[in-house]
Design a protein around this ligand. Structure first.
Ligand code: MN
Length: 730
């Protein structure tokens, strides 16, 4: 077990420790030993070994005394009887904040693993926004837990390894902390794919000895050349890390058999100038391979990484990879945010102009995504470091994850440009919006105010910004449509009861009734009606409790008619391309009639449901479930439709109505006549019609009868207008 003195020695090697600092660290050590006493790690070691190791990693990162102290205390609130109050009293505000921030969200009851993971991560990122040390402590904690993962049961090993691979290793990489991300990746690799890990580890370790003669020779050749040119610097070589080799192998980029693929040389110089001089020296020794020189000094990576990369044909005709950087660049490449970390009061993310802080800002910005799975997906997407660089028409260089499209590009410039992008040009050639951009592309997008995002875009965009903006636009659009539909329904239903919506809205009672139904605005009510979450009768009941008390019975009656219609007795009426004998149902919501434009939806295990093309139900269904359907011209049966006829309550009107119906050769399946509260007659018919023309003719004739006030089809939609069709990306 590591001793406290080892940690103190490490800290003393990079900073002056005052006596009170020393006392503070010792006090934390004694307290931690006391509250963890008797606890053991799964490995059998005393629990205290874990906080000590975490502090030691923090000392390796050369962090300050409060970080070292927090390392010692980080599990006290989570795993012992220690309380927030006690830590605050003994160690102060700064320490209790850091300990709290690294404490997992405690036992949320009835919450899924995904939610726990999402909430813990959300908390971590928000605390990191206040103090960057939080994430560094968390990474040190995770690193030691990964180093001792072998003691956990296998299912836990796998789960933690996957989380490390998906979130913590990329997070360390984003923060520019190469050595931590590389170690986390290799450990996660070891536990998630033990077989592959072993195979690569064995090959690499046997090759190490075999190739010493070769690597030594190359190192001395470069060193001699540098001397000749008067350049100061060190030459070294190394094998790539195991997971790096594995992932490149998987992509088919390298082979384990080819040693040159898995080793690399590195030259660390004293100054930036000398980096370019070394490049020249190396290229004078061996021919460079065209297209392989990358200058990350002039164009640093997103995590501040700087180096020159080149590949040359070596003395034996082999391909050699060489990295060139200064000592300062090397330190930043390994330690990242920990290398130039400084603590300031206030919001670091607000003040830091650094690229790494802007990476963190991107993560923080995702905090408002409420759905846990969506949040984690967005975080993982944001952490991907495989990037491409493209140019704007003004020659600004922008960075994107691999796989980004012109739509991602458009959203990165401005939400409005994303929402209205209609065409994309790459290197002045027209490309589809789902075109995958490549490094060096010059991208231009054209907007059109008539163009709007559609659901298919979600299948190809890769940046979380684009995904979020498209989702929120679609949600708004759905709400807007539902509001419109809801207003029409409300207007019609009220009119059917003899009320005028516009007059009602001016009454105080109207607002009060909406409030009674928990709607703060009439818009919210319309939207609920549009989505089918509220009924207009609820509003009527709230306004006139006595009058509409037994409205329930009436709505049952309507339902029984509509239910009968939705049975699949009429399936021969519709043809589905490529499918015979498939189960067909008609949407209860819109009950289409032959001649109306229709669309089918594939339902899980229940065949196809046919809706009118502009049925509000379509808003809820994913477009990939759409299927083209057509009316069967040979179908000679009839389709039942419910009609509600409102008329003056006078003698003989019922027989006039029925004779009008049968006069048009339409069957009456069922009739219901009632006298309602307002003193008018309300007749409900279920008729069977051949097609929409016949139905429209019938409605027209009924309307022309003396004493008829209104005729309504018992569906909640209006007839489709031609300009409504084919609107959304179809
Ligand atoms: Mn811990």
């Amino acid at each position: 077990m590591i001793r406290l003195n080892d940690i103190i020695d490490k800290v003393a090697s990079y900073s002056d420790i005052a006596n009170e600092d020393l006392d503070f660290i010792k006090k934390a050590y004694i307290y931690s030993a006391k509250v963890h006493s008797g606890q053991k790690r799964v490995s059998g070691e005393p629990y205290l070994s874990h906080p000590l190791e975490v502090s030691s990693v923090l000392a390796d990162l050369k962090l300050d005394v409060p970080s070292i102290v927090t390392g010692l205390l980080h599990d006290t609130i989570e795993d012992t009887l220690a309380t927030h109050e006690e830590i605050k009293q003994l160690f102060g505000e700064e320490i209790v904040f850091l300990v709290d921030a690294t404490t997992k969200i405690s036992r949320l009851p009835h919450v899924s693993d995904v939610e726990k993971q999402a909430e813990s991560f959300r908390k971590l990122i928000l605390a990191t926004a206040k103090d960057i040390r939080v994430v560094l402590i968390k990474l040190a904690d995770r690193l030691h837990n990964m180093r001792t993962l072998e003691y956990l049961p296998e299912d836990k090993q796998r789960r933690i390894a996957v989380e490390t691979m998906e979130i913590y290793a990329p997070l360390a990489h984003r923060l520019g902390m190469n050595w931590i991300s590389v170690e986390l990746e290799d450990l996660a690799f070891k536990f998630s794919e033990p077989g592959e890990y072993d195979r690569i580890r064995k090959t690499v370790s046997t090759k190490k000895k075999d190739w010493e003669k070769y690597t030594n020779e190359i190192v001395s050749l470069i060193t001699a050349k540098m001397k000749e040119f008067g350049i100061r610097g060190d030459v070294s070589w190394r094998f790539k890390h195991l997971y790096g080799i594995y992932s490149k192998m998987k992509k088919g980029n390298i082979s384990l058999r080819n040693i040159y693929d898995i080793l690399g040389f590195r030259i660390v110089t004293a100054s930036e100038n000398e980096c370019y001089q070394v490049l020249g020296a190396v290229h004078s020794l061996w021919k460079p391979i065209p297209g392989r020189i990358k200058d990350y000094i002039a164009l640093p990576k997103a995590n501040n990484y700087q180096s020159i990369h080149t590949a040359v044909i070596g003395p034996f005709g082999e391909q050699m990879e060489i990295q060139i950087r200064t000592e300062q660049m090397h330190r930043i490449a390994e330690y990242g945010v920990a290398a130039h970390w400084r603590y300031k009061e206030g919001d670091l993310l607000e003040n830091g102009n650094d690229k790494i802080y802007s990476n963190l800002r991107h993560l923080v910005e995702l905090k408002d995504i409420k759905d846990s799975a969506e949040y984690l997906e967005a975080i993982k997407g944001e952490l991907i470091l495989d990037v491409i660089y493209v140019y704007t028409p003004n020659a600004d260089l922008l960075e994107f994850p691999v796989g980004a499209t012109p739509v991602d590009f458009a959203y990165s410039i401005h939400t409005d440009i994303g929402n209205h992008c209609s065409q994309a040009f790459v290197n002045r050639k027209l490309v589809p919006l789902d075109y995958k951009l490549k490094t060096g592309d010059m991208v231009e997008v054209v907007t059109s105010k008539n163009r709007a995002p559609n659901r298919q875009w979600l299948d190809f965009v890769v940046t979380s910004k684009a995904k979020n903006r498209i989702r929120s636009w679609l949600r708004q659009e759905e709400n807007r449509k539902a509001e419109q539909i809801g207003e029409v329904i409300t207007h019609r239903k009220l009119a059917a009861k003899g009320f005028n919506l516009r007059h009602l809205r001016e009454k105080k009672k109207f607002e009060e009734s909406l409030a009674k139904l928990q709607f703060s605005e009439v818009k919210d009510f319309y939207r609920a009606v549009g989505f089918g979450d509220a009924a207009v009768t609820d509003l009527l009941k709230a306004m006139h409790p006595r009058k509409f008390a037994e409205g329930a019975e009436k709505s049952k009656r309507i339902k029984s008619i509509v239910n009968r219609i939705s049975k699949d007795e009429y399936k021969d009426a519709v043809l589905v391309k490529r499918y015979d004998n498939i189960l067909i149902k008609f949407g209860k919501c819109c009950n289409p009639v032959p001649g109306e434009p229709i669309i089918g939806f594939i339902t899980r295990g229940r065949g196809i449901t046919v809706h009118v093309y502009n049925c509000p139900k379509l808003l809820e269904v994913a477009p990939e479930r759409r299927i083209d359907v057509a009316w069967n011209d040979e179908y000679s049966g009839r389709i039942p439709v419910g009609l509600s006829v409102r008329c003056e309550n006078r003698k003989g009107i019922l027989s006039e109505l029925t004779s009008t119906v049968s006069g048009l050769n339409v069957d009456i399946v069922r009739a219901d006549v009632s006298e309602d509260e307002i003193g008018q007659g309300d007749a409900r018919f279920e008729v069977a019609v051949e097609n929409i023309t016949q139905l429209e003719k019938l409605i027209e004739s009924l309307k022309n009868l003396g004493g008829v006030i209104s005729v309504e089809r018992l569906t909640e939609i209006s007839h489709p207008r031609p300009d409504d069709l084919n609107r959304e990306g179809a």
